[in-house]
Design a protein around this ligand. Structure first.
Ligand SMILES: NC(=O)c1ccc[n+]([C@@H]2O[C@H](COP(=O)([O-])OP(=O)(O)OC[C@H]3O[C@@H](n4cnc5c(N)ncnc54)[C@H](OP(=O)(O)O)[C@@H]3O)[C@@H](O)[C@H]2O)c1
Length: 292
């Protein structure tokens, strides 16, 4: 009989990819909030994770053998403008999940972010000090710290920027880029913002590895290439044969955004690489995706 895994946020971009990856080996119980969906082989339930008693009742009725907590308010600009809501879901609900996992003594994986860093001293290893520059990053740091305090066996996976095909209820950042270029409109991308992106599929493989190898503490799951948003756009134009001349370079200072953005939060993920995590080149990942 398969063991039971509880995955929060299966209606999200990463949660859906995780279900595809884990479905053959786990009995999956997933949650959604505002986007109902059916995933073959996954039992899904609607829940507002900030409702502690609702979460506890669902958790106790499932009695999972492991948890992966991906649900979040994941848009930095939205969190900047809605800090109370961000704190409730990104910090308080995460701490509550760690408590439930501690009480049941089961593996607890949390998806944090490269945005816990200020971007001034890349690449960042797990041991480097955090210093977030926006509310989203601050709340992820508070969640990491709170979860580890409540349950030191928690696995904190810091995720990089992720891309991939749209899922039934979520998209990644590339869909907007592709749409803009396909409409013949200009797309301005930063030449001074660097990340270490991976696809949703690769990110899910990294989380599976962390779970299977029972890694505890912090683990970086970045890709192998440090790349600017603009360079990423160039690879995308190539992969999807999009009109090149509409891709334009700009700087972070050219755009007004609610949340300040760090310049270079490239992750040093050599620890995960040594465990067997092996993200393919970005161009190769893009070549497997669709431009629709
Ligand atoms: N995407 C990235 O590039 C990236 C980079 C670094 C880290 N991360 C982290 O990775 C994780 C997954 O990101 P993602 O891009 O997959 O996020 P996403 O697509 O925005 O999905 C967020 C998920 O959280 C759920 N959710 C939001 N508020 C909720 C609430 N109050 N109660 C219950 N569920 C709620 C959403 O449910 P509904 O849609 O049904 O409302 C959805 O399933 C997040 O923790 C994020 O911070 C993401």
């Amino acid at each position: 009989m398969k063991r039971k895994i509880f995955i929060t946020g299966v209606s999200g971009f990463l949660g859906w990819h995780l279900c595809q990856k884990l479905q053959p080996t786990w009995d999956i119980y997933g949650t959604y909030f505002s986007h109902p969906l059916e995933i073959p082989g996954v039992k899904s339930a609607k829940i507002n994770l900030v409702n502690e008693s609702e979460l506890k009742n669902l958790f106790l009725s499932i009695q999972p053998d492991a948890v992966i907590h991906t649900a979040a308010l994941s848009q930095p600009n939205y969190c900047q403008n809605h800090p109370t809501q961000s704190y409730a879901i990104n910090v308080q609900a995460s701490r509550h999940i760690a408590q439930l996992c501690a009480d049941a003594a089961i593996p607890c994986l949390f998806t944090s972010t490269d945005l816990v860093f200020d971007g001034l001293n890349p690449p960042y290893a797990e041991t480097d000090p955090v210093n977030p520059v926006n509310i989203y990053g601050e709340h992820k740091v508070l969640a990491e710290q709170g979860m580890l305090e409540i349950y030191p066996q928690t696995t904190i996976c810091r995720m990089p920027l992720m891309f991939g095909n749209p899922t039934p209820t979520a998209t990644s950042f590339i869909q907007g880029f592709i749409h803009t270029l396909q409409q013949g409109q200009d797309l301005k991308l930063f030449i001074d913002e660097y990340r270490t992106p991976v696809s949703g599929t690769t990110a899910a493989t990294g989380l599976q590895l962390a779970l299977n190898q029972n890694i505890q503490g912090i683990l970086h799951l970045g890709g192998k290439e440090r790349i600017s948003r603009y360079e990423f756009g160039q690879l995308m134009v190539e992969a999807f044969q999009l009109p090149k001349h509409h891709l334009q370079a700009c700087r972070q200072t050219d755009v007004n955004m609610a949340a300040p953005r760090p310049q270079d939060v490239s992750l040093d993920s050599s620890q995960a690489f040594s465990y067997g995590y092996n993200p393919p080149p970005i161009a190769a990942e893009l070549a497997t995706l669709s431009s629709f």
